[in-house]
Each structure stands twice: as C-alpha cells, then as structure tokens.
Design a protein around this ligand. Structure first.
Ligand SMILES: [Ca+2]
Length: 449
C-alpha cells in the first residue's frame, strides 16, 4: 500500500470510528526541542494535577514490549516496560513510553502489566494515554514521572496489527549524527523512527546483548545499541561492512542534549552484510543475510522483480509481491536463497523510493553466453534477434546476428510470428546454464521490420 493510500485509509478509519482521532496529539509536535535539546511542548513536565495535561498518541510499536527491556512481572530492579511507537500518518515522528517496576513493587506491577503496561507485539498499532516528560536524556517521553501514584500510570491499548513500517533509509552516518533544533535533518529528524543504515564498520564495543558499540562509515560515527533482550550473546557480526535496521534513538544525559544518537538494534537477524554491488549476492551462501542500498528496479514480474546497480554493472532478483515499477530506487535487507541455481534475495526489509527508469544495455547473444568476458546476468538488456519457435512452457527460442540461440520466457506476452526481427528489452536470467531473457511486458518487444 502506498504511503498516500495508507494515510487516506487511516483518515477514513478515523471518520468511521466517529471521533476516535479527535483529541489525538501529534507526536511530531510533542517532540519539539529548543537549542539545548530540551522538549518545548507545553505539556512536557506539565502539572499532573490537571488531567487535561495527559496526551493521547497513536502509532505503530517498533518493538514488542519484551524485545527491548525485560518488563517482568514480577517487579525488580532493572525490570522495566518500554515501547517505541512511530507515527504512521506522516513521514516523521516517534515517541518512547517507559515505566520502571521498582517504583511500584509487587503486587501493583503485576497488576499494571495486565491493565495498563500490557503486552504488545512489534507492528501492533497502539494508543498510549499519559503524561509527558523530558527526563533530561535528549527526548520527550511518556512515563509515570518515576512515581507510584496511580494517577500517573500511562495506559497502553492495542488497536490492531498493521505490521512494522518500512524503515527509513538514512543515506549516511553524517545525515543522522548531528543536532538540528529545527529537525529538518540530523538525529532529531530520525529520532524514534525505524531506520536502516548501510555500510557500517564497527569501531569499538563488544558484540553482546545490552552493549553499546560505535559504528562508522566514511562520513562519521554513531552509536549502535544491541538490545538487552536480543540474541547477540555468543554470536558474531557478519565479517565486513554492516547493513543494520533498528530504532533510531538518543541518550544524552548531560546538557546540552545534542549528542548520544544511536541505532537500537533488536536482534541479530536485523544485522546483515552490506554489499556494494548486486552481483556480490552470487558469491554469498544460502541463508546469509545481505543488504543492498539505492539499487534501481529494472523490471517487475509476478512475485519478484530485478534490481540493478545505478552504473548498470549487475543485477539481482528480489523475491517479493510488493508493487514496484521500473526506476524505483530500492534498499533491501534480506536473506540469500537459490532459485534454479540463481542467487536471489528474499527481503525482510524493503524500502521503495521513486526514481528514473533505467535504460537497457545493448547486447548480442555473445554477451548473453558470456563469450566476451562481460557478465550481464541480472541486468536489463536489449537484444536484436529473430523470433524462433515455441519451446513450451511460455519459452521461445531466439537467434541473433551473432548466430547463437538464446531463449525468452514470455510470461504470457504474445510474440510476433516466427522469423520476425525484433528488439527485446528484458532482464537476463539463465536456466540450467542457458541464457534466458525474462519478458515483463509486450511493450518491451519492438518489431523492426
Ligand atoms: Ca532528541
């Protein structure tokens, strides 16, 4: 579903729910900061004697209530409940809610875990009602003001389960590791949003649960916090640069609160090997997790599409039912699998942005058979050839001026009659070592004579 359709759907849902959205606070507005990174919204640290100072926010939980901190019950030191929710009606805004069990003790904590600080799954749409605070760590949160007063308890309700949002792609570390009070960019823009960074090296820190590492690319460094409740212990990160998805967060306990940005990573499977080029997927093992950034969709087919490097050096198949069109710019994190010996990527995370449709590279059957040293597999090509004969299963043979036979999978497109000279635009795949053009549309068959 496109962002616009999503927004419209939510608006319609609000209207149907007759006023449910009325009185909702805008998360982005609640997170406004001054030059010191201190929350400026009037309800930040406002008197809890006035129930009207409560805020009501709705958004998508970016992690389950047991994925970041251990919420118990029972109560105990370090047993805490936290949620990060992201606004799903705009491209910006997220807020954290937090409660510490040791302020309550049992049986109150156990009771509250059933009534207010309830279990939530990642991807749940939730509503949180409570008081707003700036706890002096660089962000405005909903919490209980570190009190056991029942009036200050915030309430979490689950409204549905639309699933996790696509992460936002942060183009470089330098785009997120600085403070900008206006929030036009920098850490404040990305704070409490689901985000992807690509091409990170580990500078320092241990690979373990609850460990804060420093990671960097050529533009700068930033924190990366491995979740206390993650599965990092005893594992190693991929050997090479990293592609990572997590919750963008800030923890800066000293004034000004303008540093301490970090990506809070939930689990090992959200960390992948960052690849530069699509063709590098071919040398990875099945099951390995890889990430590719800013690749261009060449053609889309039922159930999959191809992406290629902007410089047209190679391409790879992405197995997905997501609606994409040629020219979409894609960032993907997923696992490597094989389909008839072709290495493909099945995404866990997929980010789709707009762009310009790529032009095909002209080839002959010599390039398609890799007789010239060029490797055009996975790329959008144009091949001038004559239509051959039906091989069954939607496959036709083709011959070109270089004389070699190649094949095209028509995918339901009706070809001109045998012997017709055509230029075919298609992505190059292969079947059992034989070059196979994958036709996406009748518009890609140009009759020449
Ligand atoms: Ca902040």
């Amino acid at each position: 579903m496109s962002k616009l359709v999503k927004v419209l759907a939510i608006l319609v849902a609000c209207i149907i729910a007759a006023g449910t959205c009325e009185g909702l606070d805008n998360i982005w507005d609640l997170e406004a900061v001054d030059q010191y990174g201190i929350g400026t919204h009037p309800k930040v640290n406002a008197s809890t004697n006035d129930p009207n100072n409560r805020v009501i926010v709705e958004g998508i939980a970016l992690a389950g209530s047991s994925e970041i901190l251990n919420p118990g019950p029972p109560a105990g030191m370090g047993i805490a409940y936290t949620l990060f929710i992201q606004d799903d009606t705009s491209y910006r805004g997220g807020i954290q809610a937090w409660a510490g069990s040791w302020f309550y003790g049992d049986p109150l904590w156990t009771s509250l875990r059933n009534t207010d600080y309830i279990n939530v799954n990642a991807g749940d749409r939730v509503r949180i009602t409570g008081f707003l605070a700036d706890a002096g760590r660089g962000k405005v949160v909903i919490n209980h003001r570190h009190s056991n007063n029942p009036v200050l308890v915030f309430t979490v309700e689950v409204l549905g389960h639309p699933g996790l949002p696509d992460p936002v792609f942060i183009p470089s570390v330098s785009a997120c590791n600085y403070f900008d009070q206006t929030r036009a960019g920098g850490g404040e823009f990305y704070q409490t949003r689901y985000a992807m960074l690509h091409g990170l090296n580990i500078v320092s820190g241990n690979w373990a649960n609850n460990s804060l590492l420093t990671v960097a690319d050529s533009t700068g460094s930033v924190g990366m916090l491995l979740s206390l409740m993650g599965d990092f212990n005893g594992k190693q990160p991929p050997q090479g640069k990293l592609n990572v998805v997590g919750i963008f967060d800030q923890e800066d306990t000293t004034l000004p609160h303008t540093e301490g940005y970090r990506l809070w990573v939930k689990r090992q499977s959200d960390v992948a090997l960052a690849l530069d080029a699509c063709r590098q997927v071919r040398s990875r093992s099945n099951g390995e997790r890889v990430g590719l950034a800013n690749k261009v969709v060449s053609r889309a087919y039922p159930g999959y599409f191809y992406i290629q490097d902007a410089g047209r050096t190679g391409g790879v198949r992405v197995v997905s039912n997501r609606s994409v069109v040629p020219g979409n710019v894609v960032c993907v994190q997923g696992s490597v699998t094989s389909i008839t010996n072709e290495k493909v990527v099945t995404p866990t995370y997929l980010i789709v942005n707009s762009g310009s449709a790529p032009k095909p590279i002209g080839v002959t059957s010599r390039e398609l058979w890799r007789m010239t040293g060029l490797d055009v597999r996975g790329l959008l090509v144009r091949c001038v050839c004559k239509i051959g004969v039906d091989q069954g299963g939607g496959v036709y043979s083709l011959t070109d001026d270089a004389g070699k036979t190649i094949y095209v999978q028509t995918n339901g497109v009706t070809l001109p009659s045998t012997g017709t000279r055509v230029a075919i635009d298609a992505v190059v795949s292969e079947l059992n070592g034989t070059p196979m053009l994958l036709l996406a549309s009748g518009d890609d068959v140009h009759t020449l004579e």
